[in-house]
Design a protein around this ligand. Structure first.
Ligand SMILES: Cc1ncc(COP(=O)(O)O)c(C=O)c1O
Length: 425
């Protein structure tokens, strides 16, 4: 069977709304390599969208999950729980930044974590409003779609969205939005749209993911903290893409010197097993009634044991330092390339959360077609790449943090030659 044959079959039975980046069907994967069903080998700079930070098919994680499956695969944590459920919560509440006592809940997907964080904030404050940021991404469920600040493809055709959600601009030096403007926009919302005493939560990503890899400056995060403290609003940091060593710290919030009231976690938490979490201040987290939070598969034993193993690997292999190292290598290579490729508007590296934004050197306009061409050329060249950005003109690089240095260099060689080829046209 070929990739094209399967792709053809896919198009008959899978609705197009579940987009497909590549006509590439995976046979196996190992650390930073993926093989398709035709035997072609790829270097993976996507890691399942920042999920397999600890590498594909990590033996330690697989062994932990296999041992768990042999004991039991599901009992429902809300009915008859298990030690790993408590142990993972102990570890995450300890690792979450800030001195306050913390509690956790577990769910299955990132969107569910965000939904539940909003539920808890509403239960705690008795308020309804939520403020999110333009360009932000929080998921595809109804509430999280409403919070997401990017229309196509996430919101187009899916309205109406939950009410009482407002969007403010996220600071973005490259596109001329200052921290002051972003913070002023919150005051404008309070003046024009909703009084602060009706706002339950402000949710932000420490580095916007789908929105294009823009980092929240420290003064912005601290400004948000002040606004929330002043008005009794819950501050939620969405660390679903940034968490688990990706940016060179366990959580990107650690760069910001603030303690959020709640954090949402998923993706890298368990190296590919579906589990997510909300971790927050105990008094906030305890606001919902018993039974109000959770789900049948929430905190699955497979996810919990995988999560515990991921945390051990991050610590023992110092994946935070590895992420920093990857960011430095990529930054140096891409900065050199930028000197001869004028279409590279900006290179952003936050540890191993790395992006290249393509803009027209004369007009500054986004180069979507070129970005698309680079992504599609990647498959032919044995590389897996992802795009992002509200204008779809950003390539994001998210290799496993365990990538071997020579594989990283080889992947960058491929990327560099594709960019050179595509920018010459
Ligand atoms: C910052 C952020 N929040 C929420 C989500 C939604 O997570 P999921 O796709 O697991 O529902 C994502 C997924 O990309 C994300 O990057």
């Amino acid at each position: 069977m070929t990739n094209q044959q399967l792709h053809q079959r896919r198009s008959q039975v899978i609705a197009q709304g579940m987009g497909a980046m590549y006509p590439l069907y995976v046979e196996k994967a190992d650390n930073a390599h993926v093989w398709d069903i035709e035997g072609n080998k790829y270097i993976d700079f996507a890691a399942g969208i920042a999920v397999t930070n600890t590498g594909h098919a990590n033996k330690r994680i697989s062994e932990a999950v296999k041992a768990q499956i042999d004991n039991f695969s599901h009992t429902c944590a809300m009915v008859t729980p298990y030690a790993s459920f408590v142990e993972l919560a102990e570890k995450l509440t300890e690792l979450a930044p800030g001195d306050s006592a913390k509690k956790a809940i577990f769910l299955t997907t990132g969107a569910e974590a965000v939904e539940n964080a909003v539920k808890v904030a509403r239960a705690h404050t008795g308020r309804s409003g939520v403020i999110a940021f333009k360009g932000g991404f929080h998921g595809r469920t109804n509430m999280t779609m409403g919070l997401t600040g990017k229309v196509a493809p996430y919101k187009a055709g899916f309205g109406p969205f939950p009410n009482e959600i407002f969007h403010a601009p996220y600071p973005n030096a490259f596109h001329g939005i200052s921290v002051e403007q972003s913070l002023q926009a919150l005051e404008d919302l309070f003046a024009c749209d909703i009084e602060p005493s009706r706002v339950a939560a402000i949710i932000f990503e420490p580095v916007q993911g789908e929105g294009g890899f823009y980092q929240a400056p420290k003064e912005f995060a601290q400004g948000l903290r002040q606004v929330c403290d002043k008005h009794g609003i819950i501050l939620i940091a969405d660390e679903i893409q940034t968490g688990f060593a990706r940016t060179g710290k366990m959580f990107a919030t650690e760069y910001l010197d603030i303690e959020p009231d709640m954090m949402t976690m998923a993706k890298g938490i368990a190296g590919g097993y579906p589990i997510s979490a909300v971790v927050g201040k105990s008094d906030v987290m305890d606001s919902a009634l018993p039974g109000g939070l959770g789900g049948t598969y929430a905190g699955s034993p497979l996810g919990c044991v995988a999560g515990l193993e991921v945390l051990k690997i991050i610590e023992e292999q110092d994946l935070c330092a590895k992420a920093q190292g990857i960011g430095e290598v990529v930054n140096a290579r891409m900065t050199r390339l930028q000197q001869s490729v004028a279409a590279i508007g900006e290179i952003r590296t936050y540890g191993a959360m790395m992006a290249i934004e393509f803009t027209d050197p004369q007009s500054g306009l986004p180069l979507q077609d070129m970005t698309k061409a680079v992504i599609s050329k990647a498959q032919e060249n044995g590389l897996i790449l992802l795009s992002c950005g509200v204008k779809a003109n950003v390539i994001r690089l998210l290799p496993p943090l365990t990538i071997e240095p020579e594989v990283l260099e080889e992947g960058l060689d491929k990327l560099e030659s594709i960019i050179r080829q595509e920018t010459k046209k």
